[in-house]
Design a protein around this ligand. Structure first.
Ligand SMILES: C[S@@+](CC[C@H](N)C(=O)[O-])C[C@H]1O[C@@H](n2cnc3c(N)ncnc32)[C@H](O)[C@@H]1O
Length: 297
């Protein structure tokens, strides 16, 4: 499959990035400092099969998408410039929405682990596990965690069917994942998140603002993102509600992003009734994070 040349990134931004924003030499050194095949083999789970949507498309103009070692090499240097107003502020928005006091955290589609590292820093006593379909992204994530001295388990797994036991997490997160999956995959991942959470557990999703993407079509043309228009037309709220989550709410976050949150409610009159489930404790139930969001940039 050929790389699209008509995206805003390829036409206008790539020269800016190549000439001014990215240190090409540092990138080359990073790429050469790792034996990507050997390291990715170490992390590869041979039982993982790649869904068609994932292996048949390019993402961000990279042939083969995330199944190419170029993906983790360029991911962080580019991402730091494309999350206005600032990557750390945007990711911190997800952390600030968390109300549970998690003992076990699962970060889905963790990529190079930028959000996972923030989660582990915010909750140092929690067990943090992160999964991704790309062993190459996991190599970079593991290295970052190691450099930061953070104990995080990175697993090669499909977020649609992780294989973890029912009700084994207090917090499940996904950042910048759903604009890269077909809507039915996002729904399956949220169904899986529901299965994995304990009663009272939380799911938090940070991603592109669907309303803003619908109203401003050029935003969907910046990068080669094969599923972003379908994502824009859909609703994370509806997916979460359909998966069974309660108190579902999506807040705008700096106009181009949104943060969605849902909790797993007490289920009555079923074999998985509340009395048979472990409930999670809360960080600060009176802390209303829904108020006081900064005005859109
Ligand atoms: C745009 S990146 C986001 C990475 C990271 N969460 C972040 O915030 O920077 C999307 C990631 O989702 C992963 N991914 C896509 N579909 C997946 C799936 N079904 N299961 C697990 N990971 C998936 C890709 O490999 C890629 O690393």
């Amino acid at each position: 499959m050929s790389v699209r040349k008509d995206t805003i990134f390829q036409q206008f931004l790539a020269p800016l990035f190549e000439n001014f924003l990215i240190d090409g030499e540092a990138l080359k050194q990073f790429k050469q400092s790792i034996n990507w095949e050997k390291e990715s083999d170490r992390l590869t789970n041979p039982s993982v099969t790649y869904p068609d949507y994932y292996q048949s498309q390019n993402f961000h103009g990279i042939k083969g998408g995330y199944l190419n070692p170029e993906a983790p090499v360029s991911y962080d240097p580019i991402t730091q410039h494309v999350l206005p107003p600032n990557e750390t502020i945007v990711r911190q928005g997800l952390i600030d929405r968390i109300r549970v006091k998690p003992r076990r955290i699962l970060d889905l589609g963790c990529g190079t682990g930028s959000t996972t590292l923030l989660l582990k820093k915010a909750f140092p006593n929690a067990e943090a596990i992160a999964v991704d379909l790309s062993p190459y992204m996991l190599v970079a994530a593991e290295l970052k965690a190691k450099k930061a001295g953070l104990d995080i388990q990175f697993r090669h797994s499909n977020a649609e069917a992780t294989g973890f036991p029912d009700q084994s997490f207090d917090l499940v997160t996904a950042s910048l994942l759903f604009h890269e999956t077909p809507p039915e995959v996002a729904q399956t991942i949220l169904n899986e998140s529901f299965r994995l959470l304990r009663v009272g557990g939380e799911v938090i999703v940070l991603d592109g603002n669907q309303k803003a993407l619908r109203q401003t079509e050029w935003l969907t043309e910046i990068f080669e993102e094969p599923y972003i228009k379908a994502y824009a037309a859909a609703s994370v709220d509806k997916w979460m509600t359909k998966a069974g989550f309660a108190e579902v709410q999506t807040d705008d976050w700096w106009w181009v992003h949104q943060i969605s949150r849902g909790i797993k409610p007490i289920v009555k009159n079923t074999s998985t009734s509340a009395s048979s489930q472990t409930r999670v404790s809360y960080n600060n139930p009176t802390n209303d994070h829904s108020a006081g969001l900064p005005a859109p940039a």
